[in-house]
Design a protein around this ligand. Structure first.
Ligand SMILES: Nc1ncnc2c1ncn2[C@@H]1O[C@H](COP(=O)(O)OP(=O)(O)OP(=O)(O)O)[C@@H](O)[C@H]1O
Length: 295
C-alpha cells in the first residue's frame, strides 16, 4: 500500500466517528456495545485448526470464535496464514487437523457452495467479478446459491422461476441502493474505478443475505476517500442487517476502529486475541506486527 493511501487512526476517527464502536470493555456473549449494537453468543468456532500445504504449515493449531453480530478482524504480517484461515471458514480449504463449529454443531467437510448455502459469503483479496457484465448482473450472481428453481424452469421463465427471478432482482436492487451504486447499475464492471469494483463485490456477497460475511482485505489498494466509504459501508451493513463480519485488513487504523475483537496471526500461529486495546498493548503483537511498517 502506498503512503498516500494510508488512513491514520485520527483521520478515520474523524470520518467514521459517529458509527464507530469502542474496542475496550466487556466483550462477553449477549452484551450490548456502547453504541447500542447487540453482540450475541458464539456463532462460529475454530478449534485447533492446522492446515498444511506439503511442507508448509500455513496454520498451526489455532482456536478462536466469532460471536453473532460482531466485527472480528484477523491481522498479521504477510504470509501469516490469514487468507488460509478465511479459506478454511469458507470451505475452500479443509484443514488436516481441527474442527469448525457452526451454530453449535461440528461442521463436516463441505464444498464452498455448501458453506455459502449455510449463509457464509465472502469477498476476495483480488477482485473476482465478471468484467463484461453490468453491475446489476454481477450482483445478481450472488443470488445463485439461494436459487431453488432448476435451469430448465429458469429458461422457460415459468411460474415459480419467474417469481424467484423477480424476488432476486428486488433483493439485488435493494442492496444496490443500500451501497449507493444505483447510478452505475447498468455499467459494465470493467469501466469502474477500483473502489467501486470493491463495492460491487461487497454488494454481490451481501445479496445472498449472509449470516457471516468474510472480507479479505476490503480496503487494499484504495485511496483515502474510497477507504472512508468502505469503512462506513462495513459499519452500516453490520448495523442495518446485523451481519456478523470477519475481515482481514492491513490498515491498523481501520482494524482498530472497526473491530470488536481481533485475532493476530504470525507464521501460522495465534499470537494475540482480544479487543483492539488488548492486542494494541500485547508486546508479542507489537514486536511481530504493530511495531513495523505494513506498506
Ligand atoms: N495454495 C497454497 N499452496 C501452497 N502454499 C500456500 C497456499 N496458500 C498459502 N500458502 C502458504 O501458506 C502461508 C500462509 O499464506 P496466506 O496467504 O494464508 O497468508 P496471509 O497472512 O493471508 O498473507 P498475505 O497478507 O500476504 O495475504 C504462506 O507461506 C503461503 O505461501
Amino acid at each position: 500500500m502506498s503512503a498516500e493511501n494510508l488512513v491514520t487512526r485520527a483521520d478515520l476517527a474523524e470520518t467514521v466517528h459517529e458509527s464507530t464502536h469502542e474496542g475496550g470493555g466487556d466483550r462477553g456473549p449477549g452484551h450490548v456495545t456502547e453504541d447500542g449494537r447487540k453482540i450475541g453468543g458464539v456463532v462460529m468456532e475454530m478449534k485447533n485448526i492446522t492446515l498444511r500445504f506439503g511442507g508448509v504449515t500455513a496454520i498451526k493449531d489455532i482456536s478462536f470464535d466469532i460471536r453473532e453480530g460482531e466485527i472480528r478482524a484477523i491481522i498479521g504480517p504477510n504470509g501469516a496464514g490469514k487468507s488460509s484461515m478465511l479459506n478454511v471458514i469458507s470451505g475452500f480449504y479443509v484443514p488436516q487437523e481441527g474442527e469448525v463449529w457452526f451454530r453449535g454443531a461440528k461442521r463436516p467437510p463441505m464444498k464452498p457452495y455448501q458453506v455459502a448455502r449455510q449463509g457464509i459469503a465472502r469477498t476476495f483479496q483480488n477482485i473476482a467479478l465478471f468484467d463484461g457484465m453490468s453491475v446489476l448482473d454481477n450482483v445478481m450472481t450472488g443470488r445463485l446459491t439461494q436459487m431453488q428453481q432448476g435451469i430448465l424452469a429458469q429458461a422457460l421463465w415459468k411460474g415459480p422461476a419467474e417469481r424467484e427471478e423477480v424476488e432476486n432482482r428486488e433483493k439485488a436492487e435493494k442492496i444496490i441502493d443500500f451501497l449507493e451504486i444505483q447510478h452505475i447499475r447498468k455499467t459494465p464492471v470493467s469501466r469502474l474505478p477500483y473502489g467501486l469494483k470493491k463495492r460491487v463485490e461487497l454488494a454481490r456477497a451481501l445479496v445472498s443475505e449472509p449470516t457471516i460475511l468474510l472480507l479479505d482485505e476490503p480496503m487494499a489498494g484504495m485511496n483515502v476517500e474510497e477507504k472512508e466509504d468502505m469503512c462506513r459501508f462495513v459499519l452500516d451493513v453490520n448495523d442495518e442487517f446485523g451481519t456478523t463480519i470477519a475481515l482481514i485488513e492491513h490498515d491498523m487504523g481501520v482494524v482498530m476502529d472497526l473491530s470488536d475483537r481481533v485475532v493476530v496471526m504470525d507464521y501460522g500461529r495465534k499470537i494475540g486475541d482480544g479487543t483492539p486495546d488488548d492486542v494494541r498493548n500485547n508486546q508479542e503483537v507489537i514486536d511481530a506486527y504493530l511495531g513495523v511498517s505494513h506498506d
